[in-house]
Design a protein around this ligand. Structure first.
Ligand code: SAM
Length: 400
């Protein structure tokens, strides 16, 4: 039987001066194209499920509320507590409980969770990461090596030292000799630079303060560099019913057309953050100063009020020029590289701040005219967005 050649990848890894490894378009990319679908090598809860506003399954990370109505959960059964750490870890089904026992939730790690409350709350997430990472070293050494191969410089020594002594006191004794303070520091650095947050469900009343449910290390998606005007964005469907164990995969889609050879970037945080907030986060957590086109323009602005007034001045006529630039794959090197981006690709839902990308093209290559928000999940027809732009006429960031 003739074999079917796998589709050519749309992105490839390249080394770029001053930016390290990056993903660039291997051929012309269309708006909505799926650039990457990636499974995590490591997942860990940001908080214990018992402390979460939306309790979740400690194995598949689905919300227990949505699991109760999904076909993956046992009919009529409530969440199953872990027999050892009881309400600290909950599972949506006997299958998840049983899989966890032989992978992410061995008895030593389970016992360790009982000691977490002795740590300050801000150290819970890094401690949960270290427990999961040390477990990965035993459970899947090849995935552990992939984690170590990711980018990341060492964080402040005191944090690593304190966490190292806490976590190693919980490891099964004697633990392998390689688990040194240096390894703990290196692991924490990989986490800080590369972890993707899987968020709790969006609610308008949270006023943009949505909490992270879990973090995942995605070895291929980790090669995406940051841009404050990204040309791709990532989606997750953790609470989705489909694809069995692959509900924690992330999918990266193109926001608009991207020419061959152009770097493909994500934004590491919501695109509506101010210049100061973006720079602070990038320096503190990612160790670089952003020099993107948008930052080059905004660094000369005095404050956020100026951002609004300048966008108001731009108006609809300016949009046409910006749209042309954008469709030509230009980097938007005019005065307002981002005004068009905001009206077109920033979700208009109150307190959302998500980015819109078209749904993937059909199997026959027909492009979709439906845009999906990567935060609240809203679907909008492109025609409606055009109407909103025409009605508002001011190109401002918010629909208010
Ligand atoms: C998730 S990694 C991205 C892949 C990374 N470049 C590598 O070589 O593996 C994040 C790190 O990439 C680098 N990086 C990301 N975006 C950048 C940008 N716009 N300019 C310079 N460096 C960037 C920073 O070192 C950042 O901490």
């Amino acid at each position: 039987m003739a074999s079917v050649a796998p589709p050519e990848p749309l992105v490839k890894v390249a080394e770029l001066p001053g930016r390290g490894r990056a993903l660039v378009a291997a051929r012309p990319i269309k708006a909505g194209d799926v650039l990457l679908s990636d499974s995590p090598v490591l997942l860990y809860p940001a908080i214990l499920p018992s402390a979460a506003a939306f309790p979740f399954c400690s194995y598949c990370f689905r919300s227990l509320r949505s699991a109760a109505t999904s076909s993956t959960a046992l009919a009529g059964g409530g969440p199953l507590p872990c027999p050892s750490c009881v309400s600290l870890s909950l599972f949506c089904s006997p299958r998840c409980l049983s899989l966890a026992m032989t992978s992410s939730h061995p008895s030593w790690l389970c016992r360790s969770l009982l000691h977490l409350s002795s740590l300050p709350a801000d150290l819970h997430a890094p401690a949960l990461f270290l427990l999961a990472a040390y477990n990965l070293a035993a459970f899947s050494p090849s995935d552990f090596l992939r984690l170590l191969s990711l980018e990341g410089a060492l964080p402040a020594a005191y944090e690593a030292a304190a966490l190292h002594s806490f976590v190693t006191s919980l490891l099964p004794q004697p633990f392998p000799s390689g688990f040194s303070p240096e390894l703990t520091a290196a692991l924490l650095a990989k986490d800080k630079r590369n972890a993707f947050g899987l968020m709790e469900p969006f609610r308008v009343e949270d006023a943009g303060e949505r909490r992270v449910r879990a973090y995942g290390i995605y070895p291929n998606a980790s090669f995406f560099n940051h841009d404050c005007l990204p040309n791709a964005c990532r989606f997750d469907y953790v609470d989705g019913d489909g694809d069995g164990d692959r509900n924690t995969d992330i999918v990266v889609r193109a926001i608009h057309d991207i020419p061959e050879g152009r770097e493909v970037c994500l934004s590491y945080f919501p695109v509506n953050w101010s210049y100061a907030e973006r720079q602070r986060r990038l320096v503190e957590d990612y160790g670089f100063q952003c020099q993107c086109d948008r930052c080059q323009v905004e660094k000369n602005w005095k404050d956020d009020e100026e951002v609004e007034s300048m966008e108001e001045e731009e108006g609809v006529e300016g949009m046409e020029t910006l749209e042309e630039e954008n469709n030509e794959g230009g980097d938007g090197d005019g005065d307002f590289p981002h005004a068009y981006f905001f009206v077109r690709y920033l979700c208009n839902r109150e307190n959302c701040g998500g980015t819109l990308a078209p749904l993937p093209p059909s199997p026959h290559g027909t492009l979709s005219n439906v845009m999906e928000c990567n935060v609240c999940g809203q679907l909008r027809e492109e025609g409606n967005i055009d109407e909103d732009v025409a009605e508002d006429g001011d190109g401002s960031m918010n629909d208010e």
